[in-house]
Design a protein around this ligand. Structure first.
Ligand code: BGC
Length: 432
């Protein structure tokens, strides 16, 4: 395990940090020892914040008529131009880690044509992190791909792993010396997860229309494609991309971010274990051959025979319709750590809500669960809260509010919410 913090799995400071943090969540925090190495942060992904990601597959899907998107991403948060202020704001709030992703569609807008200008843009973002004493955690793929890649069949195409690896190799060569942590994919298991969540789209007609718009006879989409082909090709791509990063400049740990719910079996014939094997199994095994696992948890799921069951009547729901269940995080950390036996970073955890006081309670209780994991000697090394700012929530458009910071959609003005101060203060007191 190569780790910038070089804290071993037994680093007591890291555990103390979270235990102190848990007590901070319960009562006004006493001064706490500053542990070395705990990563505190907030992430963003390119398509959801940068704006005008016009060469991506999603941009095309958003502009089909009719479309399954509530609204197009448009300017998003204009983070492509405003990143210097945004990274400064993140550091000023007290965070020591910025998890962000680079956009393949900008870096390789045509097959085999790489934009040095786009790579230099991301180099400047990495440099801005270091200038602000923030360590960057870079993700190479967060759902979107170049439009040409989709027009060749996307992840359904056996050539997809090779295309992705070539892009990663090229990007890692130019950026590697500035990377602190990296992950290959964000939630590559989401399509498998959606199949248990009663989430269905009229995929066929949409993909046909998209293919025509892209001037092709096919259009492979991450969300709508063939789940088994996608899984196999992405796992192969994960391993080859990891090897490419290891042979480039820089020495940084590489993992993968996995969407994991706290799955609770309901009824004697619950398919919980089958779901776990289908949805997480292949990716947890991939993570176990990596340097760390990124755990991304939002809620629990009550798992019936073949599908997730709806939340029980009367329970509190978030804007996404998930149950308000912050304790899920403790269960998913335990599960991921036991399956992979590598260090855990919580790389996403959050809540869509207009009521920021619910976000604060969510954070308090989620961190309480993290501290119990640490007390049980589970190697948790960071907490990265989704998301730095309100952004484009895919098919749901801009309505769900996951941000610690509000964004005025007309003026792009950023306003930190009380939750940003709350979590940032914890980070400042306990962070490196
Ligand atoms: C994804 C994000 C998304 C968030 C909230 C995660 O699954 O990585 O892109 O915005 O959940 O729904």
């Amino acid at each position: 395990m190569q780790d910038q913090d070089s804290d071993s799995s037994d680093t007591p400071g890291t555990r103390r940090g979270f235990v102190a943090l848990a007590s901070a969540a319960m009562a006004p925090a006493p001064p706490t020892p500053i542990p070395k190495g705990v990563r505190w942060g907030a992430p963003t992904p390119p398509h959801q914040v940068e704006g005008n990601n016009v060469n991506s597959d999603l941009w095309l899907l958003e502009h089909l008529k009719p479309t399954i998107f509530a609204e197009p991403s448009g300017d998003a948060c204009d983070h492509y131009h405003r990143y210097p202020q945004d990274i400064k704001m993140l550091a000023g709030l007290g965070f020591n880690t910025y998890r962000f992703s680079i956009e393949w569609a900008r870096i390789e807008p045509e097959p085999g044509f790489f934009s040095n200008a786009a790579l230099d843009h991301y180099r400047r973002m990495l440099a801005a992190c270091h200038e602000n004493n923030v360590q960057p955690m870079l993700t190479f793929h967060h759902f979107t791909s170049p439009r040409w890649f989709a027009a060749q069949g996307g992840w359904d195409d056996p050539a997809s792993s090779g295309h992705f690896t070539r892009y990663v190799e090229r990007a890692a060569k130019r950026l590697g010396d500035l990377i602190s942590y990296a992950t290959t994919f964000n939630e590559p298991n989401v399509p498998a997860l959606l199949s248990w969540m009663n989430f269905s789209f009229p995929a066929g007609p949409i993909l046909e229309k998209a293919a025509r718009a892209a001037g092709s006879d096919r259009f492979g989409s991450f969300f709508l494609g063939d789940r088994e082909k996608l899984r196999d090709h992405m796992i192969a791509a994960h391993h080859s991309a990891l090897a490419a990063m290891k042979s480039g400049p820089g020495k940084y740990p590489v993992g993968v971010n996995i969407a994991i719910g706290d799955d609770q079996a309901v009824g004697p014939d619950s398919g919980r274990d089958r779901k776990r094997e289908e949805v997480y199994g292949p990716w947890l095994r991939a993570a176990s051959k990596s340097d760390f696992v990124g755990v991304q948890t939002y809620s629990r799921a009550r798992v019936g025979k073949d599908k997730d069951l709806p939340p029980e009547p009367g329970v509190e729901l978030t804007q996404m319709g998930y149950e308000f269940w912050p304790e899920a995080l403790g269960e998913t950390i335990r599960y991921a750590a036991a399956q992979t036996k590598v260090p855990v970073y919580v790389t996403e955890n959050g809540i869509g809500t207009e009521d920021d006081s619910r976000r604060i309670e969510y954070i308090q209780r989620a961190l309480g669960a993290v501290s119990k994991c640490l007390a049980d000697k589970i190697d948790v090394r960071g907490y990265i809260h989704w998301s730095l700012m309100d952004n484009f929530e895919w098919m749901f458009g801009y309505r769900p509010k996951f941000g610690l910071v509000a964004v005025n959609r007309e003026t792009q003005e950023r306003t930190p919410k009380p939750s940003a101060r709350f979590l940032g203060d914890l980070a400042r007191r306990n962070g490196a």
